[in-house]
Write a protein that binds this ligand. Structure first.
Ligand code: F0G
Length: 331
């Protein structure tokens, strides 16, 4: 689990380590839960696995279903899933159904279809997904010699991952394997942050958002299924939330990239959130933070190329100097 000292300094915290999930077989954290889920599908003798997805869940399900000899079916929101993720699902032979306007609608449709069509649902309302995903926490602690960090930051969409880590923390604590309880920091995109809104306002119920919007398409979700579990996780860990703009996400992604760490936009939200939470004082300057980068850099290359072509943001002076030398030499 590498440290990112320059990004730590940029975010204003003493230490920032990166738990990268892009190195999993299909390039995201979804693989941890999917292997458990598909094993259970096989045990139950199911033949068709299905999910609604913003992309990564479908890529992962398609791979593990293919491996297990099941047919995979994916309900995706029209036009808002990265092409790379769709390509993965297609490559593994999934049936990709372009169904609804956004993830929440696709998911609602699938929940209706699943019992009627005998589809085995592998979205994170399936408890086995969370059982698998909590191993992410076990790895973090094992790799740190069982010394908990102050904060574990992660992006929040459907809030399965936060729920899984919360469950893992509860279990480790009961087993006496936690030296202290780290705080969970759930970071949502500003245009898709119903959980953050609920947590910050102290409301007792989450109000779903009808039209979530963010360029970090993986977390463009307005009605997160696991919000109750996620809230329990924040209560257990004295946790916190943040909502970051698309611009803050892009800056965090650039910062990580400048330190040689690639990830997809939704993942960079976690680091943008650390910076914002430090600035607002919810994270202290001495904090020892682990950020979970949920997906691989190549999961959304369109995002990168669109940002690069538009050329927004200041160019580092060292880069400009080399570019100008090259231009003079070529002229
Ligand atoms: N980061 C990435 C890269 C994701 O793909 C997702 C969710 C999240 C963060 C949020 O995790 O839902 O557990 O809070 N992607 C789902 C999908 C929704 O369909 O691939 P969460």
């Amino acid at each position: 689990m590498p440290d990112a000292p320059r990004t730590a300094e940029w975010a204003g915290v003493a230490r920032l380590a990166i738990k990268h999930q892009g190195t999993n077989p299909t390039g995201s954290f979804k693989d941890l839960g999917m292997t458990v889920c598909l094993s259970e599908a096989v045990r139950l003798g199911r033949t068709v696995a299905a999910c609604a997805s913003t992309g990564n869940t479908s890529a992962s399900m398609a791979a593990y279903a293919a491996r297990a000899g099941l047919q995979a079916v994916v309900f995706v929101p029209r036009g808002s899933v990265s092409r790379a993720k769709l390509a993965q699902a297609e490559d593994f032979g999934a049936l990709v159904m372009d169904v609804g306007g956004n993830f929440d609608e696709a998911f609602a449709m699938l929940r209706k279809a699943a019992p009627e069509l005998d589809l085995y649902l592998v979205n994170s309302i399936n408890p086995l997904r969370l059982e698998g995903q909590k191993t992410l926490l076990f790895e973090i602690l094992e790799q740190r010699g069982w010394r908990a960090p102050d904060v574990i930051a992660l992006p929040g969409g459907n809030l399965g991952n936060c729920s899984a880590i919360g469950k893992g923390l509860r279990e480790l604590s009961a087993l006496g394997l936690l030296d202290r309880m780290p705080s969970l920091a759930v970071v949502q995109a500003e245009g898709a942050c119903p959980f953050h809104t609920m947590w910050r306002s102290g409301a007792s119920e989450l109000v779903p958002l009808a039209a979530p919007e963010t360029r970090a398409t993986a977390i463009r979700i307005g009605s997160p299924a696991n919000w109750r579990r996620a809230r329990r996780a924040l209560e257990l860990t004295d946790g916190m939330t943040a909502a970051v703009s698309d611009e803050e996400i892009q800056l965090a992604k650039r910062q990580l990239a400048s330190e040689g760490i690639g990830c997809e936009p939704a993942s960079a939200a976690a680091v943008a959130g650390v910076r914002q939470l430090r600035a607002s004082g919810l994270i202290s300057s001495g904090a020892d933070v682990v950020a979970v980068l949920t997906g691989h850099q190549l999961k959304d290359t369109d995002y990168i190329l669109e940002s690069a072509v538009s050329g927004d943001g200041p160019e580092p002076s060292s880069r400009r100097a080399v570019r100008e030398r090259l231009a003079r030499w070529l002229a």
